[in-house]
Design a protein around this ligand. Sequence first.
Ligand SMILES: Nc1nc2c(ncn2[C@@H]2O[C@H](COP(=O)(O)OP(=O)(O)OP(=O)(O)O)[C@@H](O)[C@H]2O)c(=O)[nH]1
Ligand SMILES: [Mg+2]
Length: 253
Amino acid sequence: MAVVLVVGKSNVGKSTLFNKLIGKRKSIVADEERVTRDVVVDHVHFNDKSFELVDTCGIFSPKQGELSEEEETIYKKSIENTIRMLKEADLIPDVIINNAGFFPPQKEFGDLSERQWDEVFRINLKSSMLVSKEFATIAKNGSRIVNISSLGGIQVWKNRIDYNVSKSALIQLSKALARALAPRINVNTVCPGFIDLPKENNINPNTINIGKIPMQRYGTIEDIFDAVFFFATCSDFITGQTIVVDGGQSLIH
Ligand SMILES: Nc1nc2c(ncn2[C@@H]2O[C@H](COP(=O)(O)OP(=O)(O)OP(=O)(O)O)[C@@H](O)[C@H]2O)c(=O)[nH]1
Ligand SMILES: [Mg+2]
């Protein structure tokens, strides 16, 4: 049976993806880095295909003296296990999800500083360009990039000029990369609307009226996951495209 490995940097959601695909909470998920130490294996049946899915430890380069002797030994062992499994793997999912984003404070145009503008563009746009550039040097045929833009990338909001323009530019970056990196890598964009992140307490019902959302609710992490998962697994003929996950809000604004 085919062996599929989930590998990558620490704390990027490898175990979350693993658990979602196997449909169980088998691998430990936590806010802290370097949680997965063992190789965790389970069986997956997906799209009429069966395979062994393997969750691995996060790969990082510890600085001199960063790890205690005991931690260093555990890390080396974990990496050895990952490399051993890599040699046995038939397929490594090559998907990059550029999710880093910054929602800056509202500023009237006259008060918008060059510093804030640069910071928003550095986090919301330049980071995706740099990660994609690195990824393109190592990615195999059939790899994917999914950029997370925003409803704010297709709308103009009050006193959010920097945010709106950076997220709009990210959609255009995806399209430009879809052309530049074809046929090896497909590149698509997800634009979340108002998503309720319970841990971050990010929705203020006074400013974001649920009555303006045709589906009469805020979005959830699962709603976004569905769109990202689609682009991560869809036909490679779908590239340079954008899915807006906003409960229909963009239709009435
Ligand atoms: N906002 C957000 N958080 C996520 C997502 N996926 C995972 N997380 C959170 O990110 C944190 C790390 O997730 P893990 O699945 O443990 O990450 P990992 O890559 O397995 O981490 P290590 O095993 O430590 O290398 C947890 O707090 C998750 O709840 C996502 O798509 N969006
Ligand atoms: Mg993990």
